[in-house]
Structure formats: structure tokens, C-alpha cells
Design a protein around this ligand. Structure first.
Ligand code: ADP
Length: 611
């Protein structure tokens, strides 16, 4: 329980730090909302008392009418201003939270990013950020303050009401007796306890169903995003008539979600109806009590209006209080989920060793008996891999599909850590180097590289402010020069049509060249390329390899390539098979061995000959 309240306190502190004006505004808005109805209740009661009283002072009446109009005008205007300001604050808070969730995803360890549990957690947060969590907490506190102020004023009026003495005997004596407020308080307590019980039942049920439907809701969002929201998927959907399977999947997910809510809905309805019914019966009792006291001349007609108004306000205040408490208790779990996601620890954050310029100038990597299994996978994707390579060496990594080549470079770039063995940089485990600095060693073109819907120049430089000459040079070296000349906006050409009608679509080969240009622009000491030319025709491929070769002169490089002919220029070739490093050596050495490389080489040579 204490832990839960701590989460609340943290959320309040977080929002207060992020948006300092949000809490004063919340309190002010709530106070205004609570007080406004009483201005009308008090002043119209006073006007009615004056009208029905003996003296009927017109000047006083006029004053009361002007005061009521003036206060109501001022209060409404101020309330509107506060409402709008608070809405804006909540909107900005939402933007900040959205950004914080995205930023966490950008910065978390890659291994965690790929973890289905964390992925699901992030999606769930994104899905309910608008209805629950910190933004909702502000609205709940506003309702809580409002309920408390309302109940406070109503409670003061209630005391005044009980203190007013009825005149006469019989019933009047009972109305003046202590047992009358006693019955009132008892009924009030009973209704309150029942309301709390039913509210907490609904709250627990809602959270349970939300959790039960979470997987299906996330799947539905994913389906919407990956199949319907991006036009790039439109081709396959049409050619393969995937509309049918999409519709079926949507329907099945919707049915699952609706069924679960439907089942829970019946018990929610029972609880809500019984709680409303009890509250109304209690109101009826209080109306009767106020009416009786007026009949026995405990107060005048004006006060009758005031005390019946009090009952409405007290009822509303109490109902609001319970609903708010229910929402707040429910929201704690969402806040916990948010903080738990945000605080998922990065293992890479512990490293403290700097990657010095000395290391960048003269480095050597060593894989020492490295074994790695992907999370959840049954068998290792790399087994007992040992090899060394240093600055200046160009290493080719070859092997059949699924032999572990990409996994090898993912480990080199520390996207994952091996379970057994070590990867060393100049003799020190790479886990000891500061992660950001370690990553600065690499320029990469991954097989599943992404070019973003930014401008061409921004994509190449991975920055908004960049060296334009260097970007053009990188594009030229990546074989993009002729395409660049056709773009009227040059580096400022917006890519893809996601954000702009004039966005330019790149072909597969052109995208790959842009990705190579990004790799060249970064100009890191070590290039890592996974099938960097798979989408290029053989002429373009030969041309790019030649240029890249010149460019990475003196640096280190690891290339994965299916086309063994393009490995010729590498100083060493690593041959993978079934996650093991089967052979390594120069092209000539490996051919002489008559092993796997020799077989692959001849198979490909045959293919090219027959082609
Ligand atoms: P290659 O690059 O040689 O084609 P990979 O290194 O991509 O091979 O994959 C090696 C093995 O690891 C394959 O069996 C593949 O299915 C598996 N694998 C790759 N990525 C993952 C992943 N994220 N989770 C589980 N298994 C994976």
C-alpha cells in the first residue's frame, strides 16, 4: 500500500517539476467550480428571504441581485480562463509524456527494445496515455479538490441546518433531538460505505478487463499501423487481396475485446445502479427532513432553498468524491506501469571506460569463445566463435542464410551481449566501455536499414544542421550523384510521401545508396556493412565497392556479402556455418582448403557462368 502511495507522490512531483503552473491552476479551477453553485444558492436564498420577509428592503434586494449577477459573471469568466489554461497545460504535459516514452524507446538497450514484454508495455502506455496515467491524474485531483470543497461547504451548512430549532412538540421534538442527526449520519455512512465498495468492485473489474484485453488491443493497433496507416504496405494488400484476412483479423480481435467487456459489463451495471439508487433514496430522506424543519418553522423559505441546494451539492460532492477515489486508485496501477517502463534499467549504462582517441587510432577487436542465444530462442545463433581483426583490415563475412553473419555484427556493435565468452577491444571487454563512445567507432549499413521521412541531407547526416559539402561527397561516393542531379531541391528534397505531397520515393537501390552515404558521412573508424549492395545491379555494385574501398583506406571494415566475388578485395574472409566460424583465411587460402568456402565459391561461379 505504501508503495502505491509513493507512486502517487512521485507522479505529483514529476508533473509539478515538468509543468510548475499545473497544480496551482488545478486547485484554483477546482475551488471555483466548487464555489460557483453556492454563490447562486446563497444569494438567491437571501433574495427569497428578503422578498418573503416583513421589511422587503428594495435597495437591499437590488444590491443582492447586482451582487449575484456580478459574482456569477466574474466567477464564470475566471473559470473559463482557468479551464482553458489547464486544458493547455494538460495537452503540453501529454506531449512531454509522449516524447518521454519515445525517448526511452530510442535510448533503451537494443535487447530490451526487441523484448516482446517491453514492446507490449510501451504500446499499452501509448494506447492509454490519453485516458489514464499522469494527465488523467490532474483531472482526478481537480475533481477531488472540487468534491472536498463542496463537501466542506455542505458540511458547514448541514451543521447550521441541524442547529436550527424546530418549533412545537411531537415531531418538532424529534427534529431537535440528537437522534435526528444520528439517523442522518448513520444513513450517510451506510450509503458511503456501499458506494466505496461498489466503486472499488468496478475499479478492480475495469483494470482486470483492461489487462485481459491489452494483448488484443495492442495487436489491433499494430495491425492498424503496419497494414493500414502506411501506404508502403498498400501494394501487397491489393495484389494479394489481403483486405479479407485483415478484416477477419480485425473482427476477431474486436470480438475478443467486446466479449470480455460484455461479460464484465453486467456486474458493473448492477453495482452502478444499486449505488445510484441508494444515493437517491438518501437524498429523498434529506429533502423530507429539510421540508419538515421548514414546516416546523426552524427557518424561512429562503433558507429552505439554501438547505435543499445543500443536499444536491452534498450528494454531487459525495458521488464525485467516490468516483474520483475509484478512478485515482485505478490510476495508480497505470502510473506504476508508466514508471516501471521508464525505469527499465539499461545494462549498457554501467560502463565507465572512455574510448580514447588512442583506441580509435589503433584498435583491435577480439571475439573470444563467443556463444550467443537470442532471448527466447531454443538454440544458440553463434557458438564458440573466436577471431581477431584490427584497424586497416577488411574482413568479409560469408555463409549460408541463417548461419549467424548478422548476429556476429550485432554482437560486434553491442546491440546484444553474449551469454558466454567475451568480445574485447584492445584487450578489454567491450562491456566496460562507455556505450555511446563505443558506438561512435562504427558506421553501419544494416540489412534492414531505415531511411526516414526527413530530407535527403538530413538522412545522410543524421542531423538537421550538417556539412552540406560533406553530405554531397558522401552521396557521390555512394553512387547517388546522377540521381542527386535530378532532384530539384538537392539535399533538401523531402523523402517519401508521409508528410509531403512532393516527397520523393526512392527505389530499393537508391535507398541503399542513401544508407551507404549515411555510413560514409559518419566517417567512423570502423565500417560494418550487412549486404550493403544487395539491391544494386552488378555494375553499380562493382563501382560502389571500388569507391568504398578508397574511402575506407586505413580504416577497418567488416562486410557481409552473398556475392563471394565481392569479397576478393578483403584481407580475410570468415566463413560461418550453423552459428560456428567454420573457416577463415584469404580467398586463395580458403580455396586451397577445399572446404565450405570452396564449395560456396564454385556454386556461385557456376551460377554466374550459367547466367
Ligand atoms: P545470417 O545473417 O547469416 O542470415 P542471422 O545472424 O540473421 O543469419 O541469424 C542466425 C540465426 O538466428 C537464424 O537461425 C535466425 O533465425 C536466428 N535469429 C536471428 N535474429 C533473431 C532474433 N531476433 N530472435 C531469435 N532468433 C533470431
Amino acid at each position: 500500500m505504501r508503495k502505491k502511495w509513493k507512486v502517487f507522490v512521485r507522479a505529483v512531483c514529476y508533473t509539478a517539476r515538468d509543468m510548475p503552473a499545473i497544480w496551482p491552476l488545478t486547485v484554483l479551477t477546482a475551488a471555483l467550480e466548487a464555489v460557483m453553485p453556492y454563490i447562486q444558492i446563497f444569494l438567491s436564498a437571501a433574495i427569497l428571504s428578503e422578498l418573503t420577509g416583513a421589511s422587503r428592503d428594495m435597495q437591499h434586494l437590488f444590491f443582492l441581485a447586482v451582487l449575484m449577477t456580478g459574482l456569477e459573471f466574474l466567477g464564470s469568466a475566471l473559470l473559463q480562463f482557468c479551464n482553458q489554461a489547464l486544458d493547455l497545460q494538460q495537452y503540453i504535459l501529454m506531449q512531454h509524456l509522449d516524447r518521454a516514452v519515445a525517448e526511452k524507446a530510442w535510448r533503451m538497450d537494443y535487447k530490451l527494445l526487441c523484448d516482446p514484454k517491453i514492446h507490449g508495455q510501451k504500446k499499452t502506455i501509448n494506447n492509454w496515455q490519453y485516458e489514464h496515467g499522469m494527465v488523467a491524474m490532474i483531472t482526478q485531483f481537480r475533481n477531488l479538490f472540487r468534491a472536498l470543497v463542496t463537501i466542506g461547504i455542505s458540511a458547514a451548512l448541514t451543521i447550521e441546518f441541524f442547529a436550527a430549532r424546530a418549533e412545537g412538540g411531537g415531531m418538532a421534538r424529534f427534529l431537535n433531538h440528537w437522534s435526528f442527526p444520528g439517523v442522518f449520519l448513520l444513513l450517510f455512512a451506510l450509503v458511503t460505505v456501499y458506494n466505496i465498495w461498489s466503486a472499488s468492485g468496478i475499479q478492480k473489474g475495469t483494470y482486470r478487463v483492461t489487462k485481459e484485453t491489452e494483448g488484443s488491443s495492442n495487436q489491433r493497433t499494430e495491425l492498424m499501423k503496419s497494414c493500414c496507416a502506411q501506404y508502403q504496405q498498400g501494394k501487397d494488400v491489393r495484389i494479394f487481396h489481403e483486405q479479407r484476412i485483415l478484416a477477419q483479423k480485425f473482427e476477431s480481435l474486436n470480438d475478443t475485446i467486446a466479449d470480455l467487456w460484455e461479460k464484465a459489463g453486467a456486474s458493473f451495471r448492477r453495482l452502478s445502479v444499486s449505488s445510484v439508487l441508494l444515493s437517491r433514496l438518501f437524498h429523498l430522506f434529506v429533502y423530507a427532513a429539510v421540508g419538515l424543519k421548514a414546516v416546523f418553522r426552524a427557518f424561512d423559505v429562503g433558507n429552505l432553498l439554501k438547505y435543499t441546494g445543500m443536499v444536491t451539492q452534498l450528494g454531487d460532492g459525495v458521488t464525485l468524491l467516490f468516483h474520483t477515489i475509484r478512478d485515482m486508485v485505478q490510476n495508480i496501477r497505470y502510473l506504476e506501469d508508466y514508471f516501471s517502463y521508464q525505469e527499465t534499467p539499461n545494462r549498457t549504462a554501467d560502463a565507465v571506460l572512455p574510448v580514447t582517441q588512442e583506441i580509435r587510432d589503433n584498435y583491435e577487436f577480439e571475439f573470444r569463445h563467443v556463444t550467443f542465444t537470442y532471448p527466447g530462442a531454443a538454440a544458440p545463433s553463434l557458438s564458440d566463435v573466436s577471431c581477431r581483426f584490427r584497424k586497416g583490415e577488411k574482413i568479409a563475412v560469408v555463409g549460408r542464410n541463417g548461419s549467424g553473419k548478422t548476429t556476429f555484427i550485432k554482437l560486434l556493435c553491442r546491440l546484444y551481449d553474449p551469454q558466454e565468452g567475451q568480445i574485447l577491444l584492445n584487450g578489454t571487454d567491450i562491456r566496460e566501455y562507455r556505450y555511446e563512445e563505443y558506438l561512435q567507432l562504427f558506421s553501419t549499413v544494416f540489412q534492414d536499414y531505415r531511411i526516414f521521412a526527413f530530407t535527403l541531407g538530413e538522412n545522410v547526416a543524421a542531423e538537421s544542421e550538417y556539412d552540406r559539402e560533406k553530405a554531397v561527397r558522401a552521396l557521390e561516393n555512394a553512387g547517388f550523384a546522377s540521381r542527386l542531379r535530378t532532384l530539384k531541391d538537392g539535399l533538401d528534397t523531402q523523402l517519401f510521401k508521409n508528410f509531403s505531397e512532393d516527397g520523393v520515393e526512392l527505389s530499393g537501390g537508391e535507398s541503399q545508396k542513401a544508407a551507404i552515404a549515411r555510413c560514409l558521412y559518419k566517417d567512423a573508424p570502423h565500417a560494418v556493412m550487412d549486404e550493403p549492395t544487395a539491391a544494386l545491379d552488378p555494375v553499380a555494385e562493382a563501382d560502389i565497392y571500388q569507391r568504398m574501398n578508397r574511402f575506407i583506406q586505413g580504416k577497418g571494415a567488416v562486410y557481409i556479402s552473398h556475392r563471394l566475388s565481392s569479397c576478393h578485395f578483403c584481407s580475410r574472409i570468415l566463413v560461418f556455418e550453423g552459428g560456428r566460424l567454420e573457416e577463415q583465411g584469404t580467398h586463395e587460402e580458403l580455396l586451397e582448403k577445399h572446404g565450405l568456402y570452396d564449395r560456396l565459391w564454385h556454386a556461385q561461379a557456376q551460377y554466374y557462368r550459367s547466367a
